[in-house]
Design a protein around this ligand. Sequence first.
Ligand SMILES: C[S@@+](CC[C@H](N)C(=O)[O-])C[C@H]1O[C@@H](n2cnc3c(N)ncnc32)[C@H](O)[C@@H]1O
Length: 275
Amino acid sequence: MKNETLFGEDDGLCIPAVGPWTEDKFDLIRLYCQIFSTAMKKRTRVYIDLYAGSGLCRIESRSQVLLGSPLIALSVDAPFDRYIFSESNPERFSALQTRVAGAFSDKRTHLIEGGFEEHVEEICAAIPDNALVLCFVDPFDCNFDFRGLEKISESAKGVDFVCLLALQMDAKRNVQHYLQPNSKVDRMLGNITWRDRWNARSNPREDFAKFLAKEFADSMLGIGYLQTHLHQMKEVKTHDKNVPLYYLAMFSKHPTAFKLWEEVLKYSNPQRSLF
Ligand SMILES: C[S@@+](CC[C@H](N)C(=O)[O-])C[C@H]1O[C@@H](n2cnc3c(N)ncnc32)[C@H](O)[C@@H]1O
């Protein structure tokens, strides 16, 4: 697999339009899947995509069709031993099912229709005990359940997460709303005490998105993950106005994963070549 965007073809099924910055996300997940799966080739490797999408998407204002994260992961040179995809939108799920059955029928896949939170047990049961797992968490916004990730993290010895933290896109635009009790930030961070720390912050101008990204990393630390620092997260911005959109962050219990992630951050610029 070369270090370049993977294209697909319009097959008449669901192809959502996405912003041009989505290619940055695909670069990163493609490189990380490639380097992770190759480096761990001797082990049983499982790829999980909790927010799988339809498998294809189209960059707004461009005619090209791009492979989405599940099909990217299915295309790596040293394929994973198993793939688990969950997708809540019925049209997207059905398109993904058809696409996986078409071009990737030789791969061992387990597709789940519905919100992943309602299927955590099924997801965990599909992971062999000794497996190394790469779990991609790619929601539209901050609306996801930290406890679901925690349960998945307990299902095997090594579960690494790559999470899209839609903090600049979502939380920062709704600061006052999220400071109210029972907000989706509580679910995302898995605690309600973050508000006390925000209210007690020493710098009144502290950036809300950065604060929440650090809080999320601390929540992961609390369930046994190594510390992921802000500078180890990739900040994705709009291409035209350079407006920050989200962070892509990797969480692991093993230092080796951080070395691989560092390599990927270095080479996720499309001009350079890792392979
Ligand atoms: C940002 S898109 C991710 C697309 C995909 N990862 C890709 O790179 O092409 C988020 C997807 O998650 C789906 N979704 C939203 N909430 C979900 C949930 N709780 N569980 C599973 N899928 C969900 C949406 O329908 C949407 O297709």
